[in-house]
Design a protein around this ligand. Structure first.
Ligand code: FES
Ligand SMILES: [Fe+2]
Length: 343
């Protein structure tokens, strides 16, 4: 039986139990202990280039809105009105009139989150608008990428990104702008997809066209802090040429010849995962057709396998397996990080 390198005698960890991916009881725990307490990718600075530009989004079940104030500052809030929890937006993005206005009964908030007018509320002696500002969300901008922090005790994002900074050195991303957005919806738990993303073991069998572009024997995955780096040397003329990074808990940062593709692996409840691809190119130039075609193909292949694995986990015949010490060290690390909260 071919088990790879038999001389190293490394241990083969036991996988996380199937229940992690099957039992919906973990979802609220993960929202609170994984997503609320870590930085989540929100957007790129260039998506809100002018004052009063806003974008709405949902981060692990938390609806949020980010807006650029007239002072040029980006600020983010829970997209939740303080009256009776209405939404401040209807669309995904837009430019406002200088206020965020609740769509339910029309309360208006300034772009720094203060309640400016509770429309036609009536006289109330015990109601002070100063007590009803929007709930703020922390922001941290790293190389133009805007990250949102829902909770307290967030990690030092600059320190977390240090392994990527070390690889990127003085790469200039200052002229990058949003070139394309793509979204894919997968019927699987977010961890099922992330774990697939964290290993190159499946590339020869699942992605023949990608495999043809890289030197598979030299595919290497390294874990550095909470950053995972994939190195896959390209054959000459390949579309994929650069660095594939991943940052805990759910962001891929992929560097190509002329830009970046940020891949957010967004949990949509327990049983679905939305992949939000944001392509950043010089001055927002069009993404080459060959890049999109390759991305669509690889995504379709990963969607197929992740959904099949989820069906098999749900079937209930599999409890645990074993992880390859050669190829699945990042999966091992990921399961240990998740296990710190939900095991
Ligand atoms: S819920 Fe927002 S104004 Fe009523
Ligand atoms: Fe894959």
């Amino acid at each position: 039986m071919d088990t790879g390198d038999t001389t190293t005698k490394a241990i083969s960890p036991v996988t996380a139990p199937a229940g992690w991916y099957v039992d919906p009881q973990y979802w609220p725990v993960e929202r609170q202990h994984v997503f609320a307490v870590n930085w989540q990718f929100l957007t790129h600075e260039s998506a809100l280039s002018n004052p009063r530009d806003w974008r709405a989004d949902i981060l692990a079940g938390y609806p949020v809105v980010i807006v650029r104030g007239d002072d040029g500052q980006l600020r983010a809030f829970h997209n939740v009105c303080r009256h009776r929890a209405g939404p401040l937006t209807r669309e995904d993005s837009g430019t406002c009139d200088g206020y965020l206005t609740c769509q339910y009964h029309g309360w208006r908030y300034t772009l720094d989150g203060r309640l400016r007018a509770a429309r036609d509320f009536g006289a109330a002696s015990d109601f002070d608008p100063r007590d009803f500002g929007l709930f703020p969300i922390k922001l941290h901008i790293w190389r133009g990428l805007v990250f949102a922090g829902i909770g307290d005790n967030l990690p030092d994002l600059a320190a977390q990104m240090a392994p990527l900074d070390a690889r990127l050195k003085d790469a200039d991303w200052s002229n990058l702008k949003v070139g394309l957005r793509r979204t894919h919806l997968l019927d699987c738990n977010w961890k099922t997809y992330v774990e697939n993303y964290l290993e190159g073991y499946h590339v020869p069998s699942m992605h023949p066209s990608l495999d043809a572009e890289i030197i598979s024997e030299q595919y290497k995955v390294t874990v550095n802090g909470k950053v995972v780096l994939h190195d896959a040397p390209p054959k000459s003329g390949a579309v994929y040429d650069g660095l594939w990074g991943w940052v805990w808990p759910n962001i891929g940062i992929n560097v190509y010849n002329r830009g970046l593709m940020i891949e957010r692996m967004s949990p949509v409840g327990h049983g679905q995962t939305q992949l939000d691809y944001l392509y950043l190119t010089p001055d927002g130039e069009a993404v080459p057709d060959a890049t999109i075609a390759m991305s669509d193909q690889v995504t379709a292949e990963d969607k197929w396998i992740a959904e099949k694995v989820q069906q098999n986990l749900d079937a209930g015949v599999y409890e645990t397996g074993r992880l390859s010490p050669k190829h699945e060290t990042a999966v091992t690390a990921f399961q240990s990080w998740v296990g710190a909260f939900i095991a």
